[in-house]
Design a protein around this ligand. Structure first.
Ligand SMILES: [Zn+2]
Length: 299
């Protein structure tokens, strides 16, 4: 059962937190709001969805009306708000969430609102949310998630019960084989956690290896870089294939740099700007070999 799989992944990686929320669900003594605090690329969104699924059906049986509606993403009592394309979460989105909470539960016990990646709340939307956290409607439950708790208003955080999900240790990663059927079921719901733990998700390894390649690349000097580029791209003669491979590579390099910047490595900001220029050049059909030469020398 795919539900069991997600439960297994979470239970293995976060046994204390899972035991805690299961106790909460059974005891029925619930806070009005929870904040799941993880790390960048962490499992906090998956955890909130998992929590919601178990609140809608305690046994998560997979058969009842609640489970069926949840699995088809049409459960009337559950609403998920998230940042679209890394844009701020708008006041309008929060107001829609408030409207959702003001209605009585239709199928389950609670009206549930999940606000993902709350570091994207605008000041206006954070303040609007604060009002709801101060006076939550009856039978409502709000779940916030964030990978950047430092960027969330303290007043918002102080009104929620926090559940911390530390970054997964590397030894726990990549331990699971996930079948195609399971991948289909998982769809967009539990992506982060699965990406962190799955062995054979499409191209996962390629993606990971490519990132490692670029991380090594930027640390090397130009002589080493040239060698790396030759090893990787030298055998590809056709310009279009070369362009495609480089385009994916630049996107991955961009992600590597963003991570470095998030970890406080400021000099990568300049590099990121340069990569974006190279991407534009690639889109404008500038000669791929020339772009590779730039990459070796100027990044
Ligand atoms: Zn059920």
């Amino acid at each position: 059962m795919p539900e069991d799989l997600i439960g297994k992944l979470l239970a293995e990686n976060y046994p204390r937190q899972i035991a805690y929320v299961q106790k909460l669900i059974k005891s029925d003594i619930m806070s009005h709001s929870y904040c799941f605090v993880g790390s960048a690329e962490g499992a906090q969104n998956d955890f909130a969805i998992y929590f919601a699924a178990h609140l809608l059906c305690h046994k998560n049986c997979g058969q009842c009306k609640n489970c069926q509606a949840f699995q088809n993403n049409i459960h009337l009592d559950l609403k998920v708000i998230r940042s679209l394309n890394n844009q701020a979460i708008s006041l309008k989105q929060i107001q829609e969430g408030q409207k959702h909470l003001s209605v009585s539960p239709q199928l389950g016990q609670y009206r549930l609102l999940i606000i993902q990646d709350t570091e994207f709340l605008s000041l206006a939307s954070a303040n609007a949310l604060l009002k709801t956290l101060e006076e939550p409607p009856k039978k409502s439950l709000i779940m916030l998630t964030t990978g950047r708790p430092d960027q969330l208003l303290k007043t918002v955080r102080s009104r929620t019960a926090t559940i911390i999900l530390p970054k997964l240790p590397t030894k726990n990663l990549l331990n699971y084989q996930i079948s195609t059927e399971e991948q289909k079921w998982i769809g967009g719901r539990f992506q982060r956690l699965v990406k962190l733990t799955a062995k054979n998700l499409d191209d996962f390894h390629t993606w990971q290896q490519d990132k490692e390649f670029w991380l090594e690349f930027i640390k090397n000097d130009t002589v080493q870089r040239e060698k790396m580029v030759n090893d990787r791209f030298g055998s590809i003669k056709e310009n279009r294939s070369l362009g495609k491979l480089l385009s994916t590579g630049l996107t991955n390099l961009e992600e590597v740099l963003q991570t470095l910047i998030q970890n406080g490595e400021e000099k990568s900001t300049k590099r990121l700007e340069l990569i974006r220029i190279l991407k534009t050049m690639l889109d404008d059909n500038v000669n791929v070999k020339m772009i590779l030469d730039y990459l070796i020398v100027i990044i």
